[in-house]
Design a binder for this molecule. Sequence first.
Ligand code: FES
Ligand code: FE2
Length: 433
Amino acid sequence: MLDGHADEISRLIEPGRVHRRVYTEPAVFELEMERIFARAWLFVGHTSQVKNVGDYMTADLGRQPVMMVRHRDGKVHVLLNRCTHRGPKVLNERCGNAKRLTCCYHGWSFDTDGKLLGVPVPEGNTATFQNDQYNLARAPRVGEYRGFVFASLSPTGPSFEDHIGPMKGNIDDLVDRAPDGELALDVGMHRYVYNGNWKLQVENVLDSYHVPFGHASTVNQQGVQFARREGDKEGAAVVEVKEKKTATSWKDRKSFIVGNGHGWTSNTELADGKRSSPAFDAYKKALVEKVGAVRAEEILKPRLHNSMIYPNMSIMGLNIHVRVIKPIAVDRTEVTIYPIRLLGAPDSMNWGNIRLLNVTHSAASFVQTDDLESFVRAQKGLRSLHTDWVDISRGLGAEDADPEINAVRGLATHELAVRAQYKAWLGYMQGAA
Ligand code: FES
Ligand SMILES: [Fe+2]
């Protein structure tokens, strides 16, 4: 059994490999809940999910239930979803709107900034009872960048700026695609739960190696994937059909890492400038009107997608969405996928994006289901006691610096992004309380 000492944890990770216990051992998962999910900056939600006063959404940061609520002064609060009387979750729905937040058990009610407003039958209170001693607890630290709200459940640790700084450009890349410079995550979601460890999904987000094989049923027919994007006739060439091998353009794609477990892959081959359809053309026109032709051209060639903001959120650029990864147990994970509405883009363009996401990433989609099958098989295979190590050594030693964007880069079919995640993992896991 794991005793949680830094030495013992460090033995689980070696250069280019990870011990199978990292995925299978409940004691490792318990420590992750304490040392990663109760401390790290985690994505909570987007301000567009609580647009109006009284709007709320609930989430779990690791095991701790939280709520994000819009107060009357317009401020968004991240509060612990735990009644200060005897403990129940105050809000039980995933999202909604409320004037006040009332606990189901004895009816204590709280304001949308967490202040205790009233206690039924107050004559039973002790003489020293004061409402302000019973406000809902708030997340010790909250940070926001362009509508993306993150919280840390630890009062200490690296600042929000230190954490998110290297990934701001990735968020900009996405948000700038909206002609109004703003996004909304208000068009529903896809949610799936799989019987596998949460890190299998995190590793997969930047894994370009698996695409020609794991997604053979969608990429091999014509050698393209995601050609269903609004106005996109070509898509990304993943395989060369005649030669039956991974396409050179795919093999040449790059991955980048910037510390903290964060990273991204480039999508430069997509040449969004060449996309054309009535909806996409109207979108381009709206973008040019807002930002000018030169800037629009730059925006349509995003460099920084797909992105992993370690440990629980990713931005996918090909078929745009935000993904939130929530560990439930050592072998069970919930993933939520939010389609993105680009404000200022024509509805037809936004609907095109949502339709594509239905095809690629819904629970019954052509693409995401392939990955889930791999995760579930991995979790089963890792029960084997006769092969201890998971290999993540592709491209080890072949990384080099990209001074222009202050990152380390390698080929996207290499595993540098996964190694970077385990470096961050080890840092969190070795940090004593
Ligand atoms: S437990 Fe919430 S009001 Fe009593
Ligand atoms: Fe995949």
